[in-house]
Design a binder for this molecule. Structure first.
Ligand code: SF4
Length: 466
């Protein structure tokens, strides 16, 4: 994944840029970067944030940076922002998304006499550099962005900082959000609107799918209008969006509460307590608990003082060990109790299985699991959103393979929560993972919880529909 943030101000922008970018830290764990236009050139800093938080790494850079306009990013992959000098002048660029046809684009560039791209480690080409190469094939930044949007298979939301201002462009189908905030003397543009409030910005304008605007200290100007088709990622609300962010007018926490309440209305189970798997299961569970009138408790809590960051351990064993060490049980709330947990989703199932075994080892009487979204049947092909490497890593796909005895089963009926095949798959997963009972939120109910028209939401993860 990743997130982007930009500021255009009549005053120095660096502190706003620093904090605004930092408020995207939940979206990526690889690289952080900031680029500021000093009035004559760009000042830029990029750091590895795999093991250290963005703020600690960038604090030392602040005194050396000043300017009225800047862009920043948290990236799960490539170093950014990049500084570019081309026939379009000089600019800084940052992107979020995924380019599935990157090899074809690179070949096309070579055929058109673009001499080289810089390689990153592991031999990959920086996707943001590829986007800049596409932009540079046209005669203006606007036409270049439009060309990049048309050419990229996947998704791409981007910010381009020039000496005039920031060009902000949302992905062609709006898979990721982009919203402009305003305060006296300044504008910001952000993936996450949660970055606004503490910096004094108010939501001002949310870009539509494919829309491009130019933000200057004097205002914002539409450079290219939005398209008709929207397919914003539903997982923003269910899992990776920050609770205090709002997309398309719908707040993440409010959606999760509503989603949990819908699950509770359709559930009949007698339990002592409801709880959420930290962090993103919590708001779904609060909604469930309030609706079902069953007390919400925390049978385990995260040890935050030293585990606040998601480190990236190399092996599954170490990942599991860290996940276990992060959670501390409260035995009084577990022993002899019938517990119901809401989680945002069940991906591989490994983590959830361990969590449930952990609860049984402290003598929980029953452990019922409720997933806030339907079974995941497809890995994302629009964002670098890698909770599973391949479809067959997904617990639901492995269950189908067992039930059908083959990898290429017809998945249509498994996608539909009303079918017998779906019921068998859920029962199989629940048994395999050792739950007392398992239920998944139905897709139409999850979409209803957003309050948005269903056709505007991407649901590829659950039903494979593009
Ligand atoms: S496939 Fe899933 S994670 Fe990817 S954009 Fe669509 S809803 Fe989001």
């Amino acid at each position: 994944m990743g997130g982007v943030f930009g500021v255009v101000s009549k005053n120095d922008c660096v502190l706003d840029l620093y904090f605004g970018t930092d408020y995207h830290s939940h979206l990526g764990t690889s690289r952080g970067g900031m680029a500021v236009w000093t009035g004559r050139s760009f000042s830029r800093s990029i750091h590895n944030i795999e093991n250290v938080q963005f703020r600690s790494k960038f604090e030392v850079d602040l005194s050396g940076m000043s300017g009225h306009m800047g862009i920043g990013c948290i990236s799960d992959n490539e170093p950014q922002p990049l500084l570019v000098r081309s026939h379009l002048g000089h600019y800084a660029i940052t992107t979020v998304g995924r380019i599935n046809n990157i090899d074809d684009i690179v070949d096309h560039c070579f055929r058109n006499n673009l001499i080289h791209f810089l390689e990153m480690s592991r031999g990959e080409i920086n996707p943001t550099e590829v986007v800049s190469a596409l932009i540079d094939q046209e005669s203006s930044i606007k036409d270049g962005i439009l060309y990049a949007q048309q050419t990229i298979d996947g998704s791409c939301t981007l910010l381009v900082l020039t000496d005039k201002g920031i060009y902000a462009a949302r992905d062609r189908f709006g898979r990721t959000p982009l919203i402009v905030g305003r305060k006296e003397g300044a504008y910001c543009v952000s993936f996450e609107s949660c970055a606004f409030t503490n910096l004094g910005y108010h939501p001002f304008y949310e870009l539509g799918p494919g829309e491009i605007v130019l933000i200057t200290p004097d205002g914002i100007e539409q450079v290219s209008p939005p398209g008709d088709k929207m397919k914003i990622c539903s997982f923003l609300w269910v899992y990776f969006g920050y609770p205090s962010s709002t997309y398309e007018g719908v707040n993440v926490e409010v959606m999760r509460n509503r989603n949990g309440a819908i699950m509770a209305r359709k559930d009949k189970v007698e339990v002592d307590f409801v709880s959420g798997i930290p962090d993103s299961g919590v708001a779904h569970a609060i909604g469930y608990s309030n609706e079902a009138k069953i007390p919400y408790v925390r049978p385990f809590i995260k040890y935050n003082p030293t585990w606040s960051r998601s480190f990236i351990p190399q092996t599954q064993e170490v990942r599991q060990l860290i996940a276990k060490m992060k959670l501390m049980p409260i035995i009084d709330l577990i022993k002899g109790k019938r517990l119901l947990f809401c989680d945002d989703s069940i991906v591989r199932g490994t983590q959830m299985k361990e969590t449930v075994q952990f609860l049984y080892s402290y003598n929980a009487r029953e452990v019922h699991i409720r997933s806030a979204c339907p079974p995941l049947l497809f890995t994302c092909k629009y964002l670098n959103f890698s909770r599973a490497r391949s479809d067959m890593d997904l617990v639901a796909r492995r269950a189908i393979r067992k039930l059908e005895g083959k990898d290429d089963a017809n998945l249509e009926q498994y996608c539909d929560h009303r079918t017998e095949k779906h019921r068998c798959m859920v029962e199989y997963i629940g048994k395999q993972l050792g739950f007392t009972s398992l239920k998944y939120q139905a897709l139409p109910d999850m979409l209803d919880a957003t309050g948005l028209p269903h056709e505007k939401l991407c649901t590829y993860c659950w039903n494979g529909r593009e």
